[in-house]
Design a protein around this ligand. Structure first.
Ligand SMILES: Cc1cc2nc3c(=O)[nH]c(=O)nc-3n(C[C@H](O)[C@H](O)[C@H](O)COP(=O)(O)O)c2cc1C
Length: 169
């Protein structure tokens, strides 16, 4: 799959088969993530692949009504950005980490996997962060869902370029 096709056909998946993504493939995706652009080569992203115990801690930290949604995908990765610097550096590192997350989604899609960038409320709470080992100097960017697809979500309409691109003189 070429890059254009991967960008055009990736979808947010909210349903997955039970089978987890192998550790080998997870490693491939997270190895690709490090090629995200990042200023001063801070490589600010951190990824924590959840196991059964950390998932249960996360579920316990959240509201009961959140539990089912946290269990939707068989493989979950918490992506966070190191935020130790000044406001400008922190912002750049957050943006770089978002690029790294997108690499993971695209690379997963190129391998036929389903994915989903989710930002559950529990991961914005101190209890949620500590359940998955995110320290105070990191900001959670995504709970990346990965797994085998069971549906083919349709493309969501996007605005044409004329509505969001301006060519200046
Ligand atoms: C920063 C960020 C946070 C997101 N958080 C959520 C979320 O918490 N819940 C959700 O349903 N979708 C979330 N999404 C996914 C978007 O809803 C999804 O990308 C959008 O609907 C477009 O669909 P597509 O990815 O299939 O093109 C998030 C996406 C981004 C970039």
């Amino acid at each position: 799959m070429d890059v254009d096709a991967a960008i055009r056909t990736r979808r947010t998946h909210k349903a997955y088969a039970d089978e987890p993504v192998s550790r080998e493939v997870v490693e491939e995706l997270l190895e690709l993530a490090r090629f995200a652009p990042n200023h001063h080569l801070t490589e600010p992203w951190r990824f924590r692949v959840l196991g059964p115990a950390s998932l249960e801690r996360l579920v316990a930290a959240g509201e009961p009504r959140e539990a089912a949604k946290l269990r939707r995908a068989p493989t979950l990765v918490v992506a966070s950005a190191l935020q130790p610097g000044d406001a400008h550096q922190n912002r750049e590192d957050l943006l770089a980490t978002a690029c790294a997350v997108y690499i993971v989604l695209l690379a997963a899609h190129a391998r036929g996997l389903a994915s989903y960038w989710r930002t559950p409320a529990v991961l914005e709470t101190p209890a949620g962060g500590s359940a998955v080992g995110v320290p105070d100097d990191e900001t959670v960017v995504a709970l990346i869902h990965l797994g085998q697809p069971v549906t083919s979500p349709p493309a969501k309409e996007r605005r044409p370029t004329g509505e969001y691109v301006t060519y200046l003189d």
